[in-house]
Design a protein around this ligand. Structure first.
Ligand code: NAD
Length: 640
């Protein structure tokens, strides 16, 4: 189901399986891996063939040593904070989805399970540790704060373990993790493969309880009274004073560990845990608070410096913003202030969308999607952009994390070329939604190509023109699978007022060209009739009044009247500035003729309309004018 090499997502027996396959990087979680996990979780939630979800990882060193921060560092250092914010935001949403998942989720945490790894395994229904598990939240040592829902676990940990684990990054062995509430079951790792096989076969998590053993004694449990005494301090300065007054070896160890934490991070972590601790704590509250810090940490915190010292220059000598005991309370509250419109939300309908082709139609359609709260990344070879849309340097880059890729391009040839480029770069399970008007054969070829790559595909040409694109009142005529149609439905609801599922791939284009063949022909005959009425001495107002309420009525007459000053406002009232250009009408009529030929359909009026628009655009003054400018054309002509 996935083309990623860093993660293997598939269904085995009755289990949805997610295996991290980056053991050389200690299975560090990239943004793409997060997105792939989230997509899989979404699709399995309502899939009756998936009874439970198993998350595990390749290699014996680590389940997952955290988020992959290299890209965040590179972009943040260049002053681009958006990438990091997007990564965190989508990762936290995925953490919440895991915590609230409607089916059992089992995570197997061998070796290092840190930060982002805790976000993956620490909130699920069955959290399994073994002989090699080493669980920790080391964010303060890189100038960040415990996140991915870590603050939720820390705030719920017994006594003051939360402060201790968050500030010192202490490593918990399996038994410690169970004691602290980061894990549920201890199962020797030699038994994991057999257990996983059994879980896939049975679709029931009951085998976990049968396999679970009493964990070895927890050292952390033994330390608990001393930790509670030391960490009852309300702030960083009091904690340091308490440590200085304690001459035990444990107090020295804590001091050493604390010296590695960025002081601003440590002070903020204490404040976060204290705010969160209590009966009203939920995973969403914790993630929302964490995201306030994440959103600001590159600008206002020590994060970039922390990564530099830890993984870039590796000098382990970070220059933190504040000295040990001198973190001003205002710096902490500045990180934790509410974010207003940037607040992390958990709206289900928020999708990552790529929009290729931001022309007359595409730009307003993309802007409407962004205004509705979707994350839209755009690309256009002409360098055009749209409100609220993040621009990418290439089509490939725009599509790589998208749930849905929308194309709004001039013709089938360009669509095929763009599809060749982007399909290999699209994420598994994503949907390619082409809204351009193209020939049926191109639509079907692109849909086949997408299906072969494990993607959904829809051809969804529109009617309604630029006005409809701006107002979000387009009509979509859609070909493709019912599944893909359902996935795209919320987007149709934003960009349009109606979406009709016309059947399999290509049928959307078929509906579009049939509709536009009628439109072209009715516009011509409406213009002919006005010109005839002129010559017969019938006023245009009278003609409109009669026809618009009689059997000759049509959209061309009633909604788009080609006579200036008559009927509702239309391009005729604006000197025939398109609107819908005659060139585009000619394109659609040609597509209809091409299709008619391919299936041997007799379409004499369509053929005549095509020829009239061809002459108008290619031999007369129709190019660049609205398609209703046929009326002035007829006005100047006689019968010959
Ligand atoms: P447009 O020419 O304004 O927009 C097309 C955009 O695609 C341009 O900005 C162009 O730069 C971009 N583009 C071309 N090649 C590209 C590539 N390889 N990669 C990325 N971008 C590329 O046209 P439009 O009016 O927006 O129409 C788009 C489609 O919608 C067409 O298929 C048209 O037939 C259809 N349509 C238009 C209308 C209308 O009223 N304009 C109505 C219904 C349907």
């Amino acid at each position: 189901m996935t083309a990623h090499t860093d993660i293997d997502i598939r269904i085995e027996g009755k289990a949805g399986r997610i295996t991290l396959t980056r053991p050389k990087a200690l299975n560090a979680l990239t943004y793409e891996m997060c997105r792939a996990i989230d997509r899989a979780l979404k699709s399995w939630a309502g899939d009756p063939t998936v009874a439970l979800v198993i998350i595990d990882a390749a290699g014996d060193k680590a389940f997952c040593a955290g988020g992959d921060i290299a890209e965040m560092y590179a972009t943040g250092k260049a002053g681009d904070f958006d990438y990091g914010r997007r990564f965190w935001r989508d990762e936290y949403r995925m953490n919440a989805r895991l915590a609230e998942y409607p089916k059992p989720v089992l995570a197997f945490m061998q070796g290092f399970t840190m930060g982002g790894g805790v976000g993956l395994a620490g909130h699920v229904s069955h959290r399994i540790v073994g002989d090699s598990s080493k669980v920790s939240m080391p964010e303060c040592t890189i100038g960040f704060v415990p996140d991915v829902g870590g603050s939720f676990l820390l705030a719920r940990a017994p006594g003051r373990l939360g402060e201790y684990l968050g500030l010192t990054a202490a490593r918990m062995l399996g038994a410690d993790a169970i004691h602290a509430g980061f894990a549920d079951h201890f199962i020797p790792e030699s038994q994991w493969p057999g257990l996983i096989g059994q879980l896939c076969d049975s679709g029931s998590p009951d085998g976990v309880l049968q396999a679970a053993k009493t964990p070895p004694a927890s050292e952390l449990a033994d330390l608990q009274p001393r930790i509670d005494a030391l960490f009852s301090a309300q702030d960083l300065t009091s904690l340091r004073n308490a440590l200085a007054a304690d001459d035990s070896a444990f107090a020295r160890d804590v001091e050493t560990a604390l010296a590695r934490a960025a002081p601003l991070s440590a002070a903020t972590t204490i404040e976060m845990i204290q705010r969160l601790r209590g009966p009203s704590l939920t995973i969403r509250r914790a993630l929302e608070l964490e995201y306030r810090v994440a959103h600001r940490i590159m600008e206002q915190g020590d994060f970039l410096e922390g990564i530099r010292a830890a993984i870039i220059d590796k000098d382990r000598d970070p220059k933190w913003r504040f000295a040990d005991s001198a973190v001003p309370a205002v710096a902490v509250s500045a990180l934790l202030r509410p974010l207003g419109r940037d607040t992390l939300d958990f709206r289900e309908d928020s999708m990552q969308i790529a929009f290729i082709g931001l022309g007359n139609m595409g730009a307003p359609m993309a802007a409407n999607l962004a205004a509705a709260g979707h994350d839209v990344t755009g690309f256009d070879t002409a360098g055009t952009s749209a409100d609220g849309v993040t621009m990418a340097a290439s089509a490939k880059e725009a599509v790589k994390d998208a749930d849905v890729v929308i194309t709004m391009l001039p013709n089938g040839g360009i669509l095929r070329a763009v599809a060749d480029d982007i399909i290999p770069a699209m994420a598994a399970g994503a949907v390619l939604l082409d809204c351009s008007t193209v020939d049926v054969a191109s639509a079907r070829a692109v849909a086949d190509q997408a299906a072969q790559a494990g993607l959904g595909a829809l051809d969804a040409p529109v009617s309604g023109g630029i006005g409809g694109a701006q107002a979000g009142t387009l009509t979509f005529m859609v070909g493709g699978s019912p599944d893909a149609f359902e996935k795209a439905r919320p987007l149709f609801d934003i960009m349009g007022q109606k979406a009709v599922h016309c059947g399999p791939s290509g049928n959307g284009q078929a509906a579009k060209i049939c509709n536009n063949m009628i439109l072209g022909a009715t516009m011509i005959v409406t213009c002919e009739a006005f010109s005839l009425a002129d010559k017969l001495g019938l006023s245009r107002e009278a003609m409109f009044d009669v026809v618009s309420t009689s059997s000759g009525y049509s959209w061309s007459m009633n909604a788009y009247c080609p006579a200036p000053g008559v009927g509702p406002t239309s391009p005729a009232d604006n000197g025939y500035t398109p609107g819908f250009a005659a060139d585009l009408m000619l394109k659609d009529l040609r597509l209809a003729q091409q299709a008619a030929e391919s299936v041997d359909a007799d379409t004499p009026i369509g053929e005549a309309a095509t020829e009239l628009y061809r002459r108008f655009v290619e031999e007369e003054d129709g190019a660049g004018r609205d398609f209703s400018a046929m009326l002035p054309r007829f006005e100047t002509r006689g019968r010959s």
